[in-house]
Each structure stands twice: as structure tokens, then as C-alpha cells.
Design a protein around this ligand. Structure first.
Ligand SMILES: [Zn+2]
Ligand SMILES: [Zn+2]
Length: 342
């Protein structure tokens, strides 16, 4: 079967290999035939070793598939069901303090791609049944892939913010994550949205997605634009999906008292924090790293309810090498979803 692996970077980013189909299904597992898998920047990072060592396993963590075989103790799934899982996590101990409080993402026994030996950008995977969430078949299957990572991460970011209706959020970084964040903010959490980016075309899309105000941070004065919009109050939530440290600084400065900064982007520099301002304003800085199975069920509900509409293009899995190259060259401006049936 086909599987996408990191290659001999920098000569080549990834290659499609022909590997053996996973076998020896355990009693609590299901064999899943991949239908679609979307391409995420994390796949590229793993393939080229941006986070340390280059991954030795196949990549991919945003997929939807069809159950084709079930282990003998599996009760809640049947052959023919369509399933998704929360980003890269495909198992946890269910006993540690993180698991018990429903935050399995931080379980030290958590099974991520490397630990289980393969990602989902391959034709078949074995999954734990209790980490496979059944989804309706009449939804947009490619969109569901994007919800399992980008959608889930921003959804969790908003959930942790405990905003109330009509609070104001500034979303810094208007790419794939930023756009989906606008829809969650407006259509699920009832927030007013300021979209902050630097690309005019992206800002236009942000407006179409429902942003109440758009700011080009490279051309406009962010502080004064936000002050005008918020009557000099600042924003209740600043969500940073970009990896530019300047945007984190702007985000921190834009917070109202009780304001929260949600970090989703991954800059490689540290943020300067004015502790006095943080304390006097009772402000919070927190991160959102993917989300749990429960968060994913909630994030998917927004898709079923037609409240979020990820943008993407579908390409054949046979074109994976080309699209990883484009992403590596910063020339990929659309989310790509690979179709395994073509
Ligand atoms: Zn992802
Ligand atoms: Zn655990």
C-alpha cells in the first residue's frame, strides 16, 4: 500500500513508498481504510526534522477513513462506519491525572505518530476503537479532515477562553487557522472579530468569513485601530495563529483588563512580558495544543451545523511529493486534502 514518508531532505521533502499493510489487529482496534487526509504544516515539520530528528515513520494526522475490519471486543463501531481521530493522538492510558480530567493530549503514555509507528497519510491504519470517532457519511468528508486538526485547535483555544457573547476577539494571522478561527468565533461563540494579517487577499477572505474589522498590521497602526473599534478598552481575547513574534507582542499589548492571549502559532523566539501590566490587568496567557476526543466531537458539530466551511483543494495522493515541496518553498496558499481514491 502507498504511504508518505520523509525523504532525503534537503534534496527531496517526501516520497511515496510502497509498504506492507498493517496487520495483527488487537481486540480493541479497528482497521481503517483512509479516504482523505489533509496536509498540515506539522507533517512537513516532521518530514524534514524541523522539530528535531526527522520522523522515521509515515506522516499524516488529519484523516477520515472507513472501518473495514473490527477487533473482537469492539462494540461501538461496525464495518462500513466512517471515523476520524483527534489530530495525532491515537491512544492514551485512561488512568493518569491528565486522562482522568479528560485531557488525554498530555498523557505521558499518549500514542502519537512516532510511538505507534505510522501516520495516517497511508492507505490503511490500525486505530484504537475508543480513539475513533464515528462521523455521519453525508458530511463533507474533506472538510472533516481539516476540523480534526486546525478546527480542533482553534475550537479548543476558544473553549479555554470562557468568553461571553459579544466579547471581542482579535485573531492574529489570517491563514488556514485564522480563517477557520473567524468562523468559530462568529458562528459558534458569538464573538465580534478583528482579523489581523498582512496579505490583502487573505484579509478580503477574512471579511467574507464575517470579520467585523480587518487590519493590515504591516500598513496600519494596530493599536490605534483596535482602540477605535473597542472604545479604548482593548480586546477580551487575542488569538495568535501566526508564528511571527511581532504579532505576539501586538496581541499582548491589545488586551483589555481580564484579557487573554491564546497562543496557537509556534514562533522560535521568546515573548517579552510586562509583568506589572499582566498583574494589574489580571491578564492570562495560555496555549492551545490540538484538543481531546470530546473537543473534537464539539468542533465537528459546527461542521454538521453548517457553521464552519474550511477552504481547501482536493488532490490525488499521488501528488503528495509535489505539494510537500510547494509547502516547503512557502508557495502553497491553499489547504490541500489528499484523496486516496484517486
Ligand atoms: Zn495538523
Ligand atoms: Zn494518561
Amino acid at each position: 500500500m502507498k504511504a508518505v514518508f520523509g525523504s532525503n531532505y534537503p534534496n527531496k521533502v517526501v516520497e511515496i513508498k510502497d509498504v506492507e499493510k498493517p496487520k495483527n489487529l488487537k481486540e480493541d482496534e479497528v482497521l481503517v481504510k483512509t479516504l482523505f487526509c489533509s496536509l498540515c504544516h506539522s507533517d512537513l515539520s516532521m518530514a524534514i526534522g524541523e522539530w528535531g530528528e526527522k520522523s522515521k515513520t509515515s506522516v499524516g494526522h488529519e484523516s477520515i477513513g472507513e472501518v473495514v475490519e473490527i477487533g473482537k471486543n469492539v462494540k461501538d463501531l461496525q464495518v462500513g462506519d466512517y471515523v476520524v481521530g483527534p489530530a495525532g493522538i491515537r491512544g492514551a492510558c485512561e488512568e493518569c491525572k491528565y486522562c482522568l480530567r479528560g485531557e488525554e493530549v498530555f498523557c505521558s503514555e499518549g500514542i502519537f505518530i512516532d510511538k505507534r509507528g505510522y501516520g495516517t497519510m497511508q492507505e490503511y491504519t490500525i486505530e484504537k476503537a475508543n480513539f475513533s470517532i464515528k462521523v455521519p457519511k453525508n458530511i463533507d468528508l474533506a472538510s472533516a479532515c481539516i476540523i480534526t486538526c486546525a478546527g480542533l485547535t482553534v475550537y479548543k483555544g476558544f473553549k479555554l477562553a470562557n468568553t461571553i457573547k459579544n466579547d471581542i476577539v482579535a485573531i492574529y494571522g489570517i491563514g488556514g487557522l485564522g480563517n477557520i478561527a473567524i468562523e468559530y468565533a462568529k458562528n459558534v461563540f458569538g464573538l465580534k472579530v478583528i482579523a489581523i494579517g498582512s496579505n490583502e487577499d487573505s484579509l478580503k477572505i477574512a471579511k467574507e468569513k464575517g470579520a467585523d474589522l480587518i487590519i493590515n498590521w504591516k500598513k496600519q497602526n494596530v493599536e490605534s485601530e483596535i482602540n477605535k473599534f473597542t472604545n479604548n478598552q482593548g480586546v477580551d481575547l487575542a488569538m495568535v495563529t501566526s508564528s511571527t513574534i511581532e504579532q505576539f507582542s501586538l496581541a499582548l499589548k491589545s488586551l483589555a483588563p481580564l484579557g487573554k492571549l491564546c497562543s496557537i502559532g509556534l514562533p522560535n523566539k521568546d515573548l517579552n512580558i510586562n509583568i506589572l501590566d499582566l498583574t494589574f490587568g489580571q491578564k492570562t496567557i495560555y496555549g492551545s495544543l490540538i484538543g481531546t476526543r470530546q473537543d473534537l466531537k464539539e468542533a465537528l458539530q459546527a461542521l454538521y451545523d453548517n457553521k464552519v466551511h474550511p477552504d481547501f483543494e482536493i488532490k490525488s495522493i499521488d501528488k503528495a511529493e509535489k505539494y510537500f515541496e510547494l509547502m516547503n518553498e512557502n508557495k502553497l496558499f491553499k489547504r490541500i486534502v489528499f484523496d486516496f481514491s484517486k
